[in-house]
Design a protein. Structure first.
Ligand code: FMN
Length: 382
């Protein structure tokens, strides 16, 4: 079996990255650091850079995510700083009006030259958006009903001259929105419940997925494609994976043990409390509550090991789950990202999982060899 997958990086716009621990790399979440990460990702041949939207941190000894850059404005800067990589920003449908984001997206389409994509979040938790009075106490279905109106209104504004729209949540009267984007931006959503999948498959281009374990991830990925088939549609699936590399499996595991030893228990408990206020059908919330019980800085389901081990695990997930993309989280977004792109991606190709990163690595190696031969020849002549 052989498959092409997109590789992207979940850039660390929140301090501490995704490992709430006093012993993990001290990620500062500044624009400068995220710019460096995104430029590196572009150079390494990654397909996309995604940033999250988060409004409230979890405190604790690390002050986890107390500092977060805003997603749309960060990605506007990164769209201008880059030239090839896809630039995906996140918005909460409860926070931003669709007409505001429709115009922001059209602007970002120009800044990026057509590389802009949108990650829609229909949920999150009552503390995050509630702190500013913007959490709407809708049940799960209600949230996706709102998201459905939201994306319908945005898509109409991207296509039509004037829009009249009478919804339960939004009203548009002779609403004009220019400029139009050259084409509708790629829209993804991480609604990992069946309701979330139905919304995503009907209205968006791709499903972001995460899982408590590898088996859970594969089953969610296959479930998304099953629902797409039921709806007579297609969708792309992108798995969110935390990857912790080492020279050997033992070295990688030692990193995990070290991060777990320094876990910020208070931050994890706060996160579990905030998501625990609203579990219902929300699969992500259930995971956060579980994380608050496990109290691990590195969540179960992370991919840990030497490059060969990581490649074997990721190839298994891609082929078993028929995945179309991987969104990467790493502890150190410079060194570890380089390891994944230059050492894991070529090994993935040997296992039938092809990425632009592997091609970029092979091209860089061939160019370096050609440059070295030219220098040797020149030295011989001299
Ligand atoms: C790749 C990925 C990116 C996400 N980005 C965000 C984000 O930026 N902000 C946020 O609040 N939640 C984010 N989430 C979480 C989910 O979008 C959110 O909890 C959603 O409500 C879960 O959907 P469900 O309620 O259908 O399970 C992300 C999840 C994944 C897998």
């Amino acid at each position: 079996m052989s498959k092409h997958v997109e590789l992207g990086v979940f850039i660390p716009v929140g301090n501490g990255g995704w490992i709430p621990s006093v012993t993990s790399p001290d990620i500062r979440s500044t624009y400068g650091y995220n710019r460096e990460v995104t430029l590196l990702a572009e150079q390494l041949g990654l397909d996309f850079a995604l940033s999250m939207a988060k409004w409230r941190g979890y405190g604790g000894s690390t002050g986890h995510w107390d500092y977060t850059l805003e997603s749309m404005t960060t990605m506007a800067g990164l769209a201008d700083a880059t030239s090839r990589i896809q630039i995906w920003a996140t918005v909460h449908t409860m926070i931003f009006h669709p007409a505001v984001v429709a115009k922001m997206a059209a602007t970002l389409d120009q800044i990026s030259g057509g590389r802009f994509g949108l990650n829609l979040v229909a949920g999150s938790n009552p503390s995050d958006q509630g702190q500013m009075g913007l959490w709407r106490d809708l049940d799960h279905r209600g949230r996706y009903a709102l998201a459905e109106e939201w994306i319908t209104a945005a898509r109409r504004l991207w296509s039509e001259d004037r829009v009249d729209f009478d919804g339960e949540f939004y009203t548009l009267r002779d609403c004009m929105s220019y400029p139009k984007p050259r084409r509708h931006p790629q829209v993804v959503c991480a609604g990992t419940s069946d309701t979330g999948f139905r919304f995503t498959i009907s209205h968006c281009d791709g499903c972001f997925l995460s899982g408590q374990s590898h088996a859970d991830l594969v089953s969610r990925a296959l479930r998304a494609k099953e629902i797409a088939a039921e709806l007579g549609r297609t969708t792309k699936t992108y798995a969110l994976l935390t990857v912790i590399p080492g020279e050997t499996d033992a070295e990688a595991q030692a990193r995990v043990d070290d991060y777990n030893a320094g876990v910020d228990v208070e931050a994890l408990r706060t996160q579990a409390f905030e998501y625990g206020q609203d579990v219902r059908e929300n699969t992500m919330a259930r995971r956060m509550v579980q994380n608050g019980r496990d109290l691990l800085a590195v969540s179960e389901g992370s991919v840990v090991g030497a490059p060969e081990t990581i490649a074997a695990t990721i190839a298994g997930l891609v082929l078993d789950g028929d995945l179309d993309g991987i969104t990467l989280i790493v502890p150190d977004f410079l060194d570890d990202l380089r390891t994944v792109a230059t050492r894991v991606a070529p090994l993935l190709a040997e296992r039938g999982v092809h990425t632009l990163a592997a091609t970029a690595t092979a091209t860089a190696a061939a160019t370096a060899t050609a440059a070295a031969s030219t220098m040797v020849a020149a030295a011989g002549r001299g």
